[in-house]
Every structure is written in C-alpha cells, then in structure tokens.
Design a protein around this ligand. Structure first.
Ligand SMILES: Nc1ncnc2c1ncn2[C@@H]1O[C@H](COP(=O)(O)OP(=O)(O)OP(=O)(O)O)[C@@H](O)[C@H]1O
Length: 246
C-alpha cells in the first residue's frame, strides 16, 4: 500500500503538490491525469523518495519513505520518459538483467524475468541487440522491461506509451492488467486516456497541485467531462485527440 498524507512540495514560489492525501491499495490500477504542470510527476516521484517533501509524509508498505529510501526504491518501480538516461549496459538483455542481478537472484530466475519482461514489451529474442542501435520507441520499451524485471510491489509509469507503436502499447497494457490482477499496484501517469480508462480501477485528476477528481474508472468519463477534461472515444485514431483542459 502507498499512503500519502498531506503532501506538499514547494519549488520556490511554485506549489507543485498541494496538501495531497491519498491511498493506493495493493493491486489497484490507477491512472493519474491532469494538465501540464498540475503536479503529477512531482507527486509520483515521492513514492520512492526521489523528492523530499516540503511537508507531509509518504508511506510504502507501512514504512515512511523518509526512514528507508532503499526499501521504498525496492518496493516501488519507476519508469520515466527518456529511459536512455538510465541505461547501464550495452545490450538489451544485459540492461534488463542488470537490476535482477543486483538482487542476487539465481541465473534461472534472472533469465525467467528477462524473458517475461521482454515478451511484455514485444522485444522477445532481442537480448543481443545493442542499445545504441535502437529507435526511441524501442528504448522506451527496454526501459519498461527493466522495471518489469524487478517485479516490484508497486509500479509507477510516467507517460509509458509515448513513442510505442500500437502492438507494443497493447502488449504492455495487457501485461500491466495481469500484474494488477496478481496484486501489483500499477500507477500510470498519462494524458493519453484512450482505452486505459476502461482498463483501470480508478482515475485521479490533478489540477494546480491538488487532487481535483478521484473516482472509480466507471465514473471517470462523466467526472472528467464535468471537469472539462477531454476524453477521446476508444475507437478514435491516434493523432486526432484534442488537448485536455481542466
Ligand atoms: N525541479 C523543479 N524545480 C522547480 N520547479 C519544478 C520542478 N519540478 C517541477 N516543477 C514545477 O512544478 C509544477 C508541477 O510540475 P510536474 O512536472 O509535477 O507537473 P506534471 O503534471 O507532471 O506536468 P506534465 O504533464 O507537463 O508532465 C510545474 O509548475 C513545474 O514547473
């Protein structure tokens, strides 16, 4: 469980996160949406201690993040945009294996995790390929695979679908649904609600650092439409979405 209590993050005059309290239960699939600059990324960076709160607390699995950042980083996997900044190895296979290797797992277990993670992002059998030969979308998929291979209790993905083609998007989405059904909390920060809204359990919309909407996914279309957030229909082709506003 991730519990956020009265979390505030100030950057100079800017209040990026404003007194946010929320709980994310094990196995919940949560979308966090909202306009640019509404505080989504700053909020989720607190889930594994990448930021220090101005005030308030975050607890992961009942342990304050500030008291055990290592435990929080083990429990909460993060996938950010620009994964190339975090690559540590020359090939896809070596990079995805790097995290599990550091957990001291057996060779067979590492292989199992790498194989599953690469299958989830449609990169099966690409272990030997050099990272520096990949396209942007392929790099994004390797970044996701690296986090999946860690099999964290909670998985946070910030705009994970940017640059992914539709088969890769569907494959990752299916994998995230399965993870959540098996008890992993999945938290996706996105502007691209499309079919995600029908796959998740809950939608949180932020505005000006605060939680503006927090509702079950079944109520989300009405709630977001009342708040003037544009939700494209499921069948709408890519590229025809209008920007959302809140
Ligand atoms: N390191 C920082 N230093 C100063 N201001 C920051 C920093 N990080 C974020 N901010 C500010 O905090 C506010 C919230 O930013 P944040 O990136 O959390 O929003 P977001 O909802 O994730 O936006 P986007 O949809 O554009 O990714 C913005 O006004 C941003 O400029």
């Amino acid at each position: 469980m991730i519990e956020v209590q009265s979390l505030t993050q100030q950057f100079g005059e800017t209040t990026a996160v404003d007194t946010v309290s929320l709980t994310i239960n094990d196995g919940e699939f949560v979308l966090i949406t909202g306009p640019n600059g509404s505080g989504k990324t700053t909020l989720v960076r607190h889930f594994n201690g990448l930021r220090t709160p101005t005030s308030g607390t975050v607890q992961v699995n009942a342990m304050p993040v500030s008291e055990d950042v290592v435990a929080a980083r083990t429990a909460v996997g993060m996938v950010f945009q620009h994964p190339q900044d975090g690559f540590v190895a020359a090939t896809i296979g070596a990079d995805v294996a790097f995290g599990p290797e550091n957990l001291g797992l057996s060779h067979d277990e590492i292989n199992r995790r790498v194989t599953n993670a690469l299958a989830a992002v449609n990169l099966s059998d690409r272990e030997p390929d050099r990272i520096d030969s990949l396209s942007g979308g392929e790099m994004a998929r390797v970044g996701i695979a690296g986090a999946l291979a860690m099999e964290p209790d909670h998985l946070v993905l910030d705009e994970p679908f940017t640059g992914l083609d539709e088969p890769a998007r569907q494959s990752v989405l299916e994998h995230l649904k399965t993870l959540s059904e098996r008890g992993t909390s999945v938290i996706v920060v996105t502007h691209d609600l499309r079919d995600l809204i029908d796959c998740c359990d809950r939608v949180i919309a932020m505005n000006a650092g605060a939680v503006a909407i927090d509702c079950p996914s079944t109520d989300a279309r009405d709630a977001l439409s009342d708040a003037a957030v544009y939700v494209p229909p499921v069948s709408e082709p890519e590229g025809e979405s209008e920007p959302e506003s809140l």
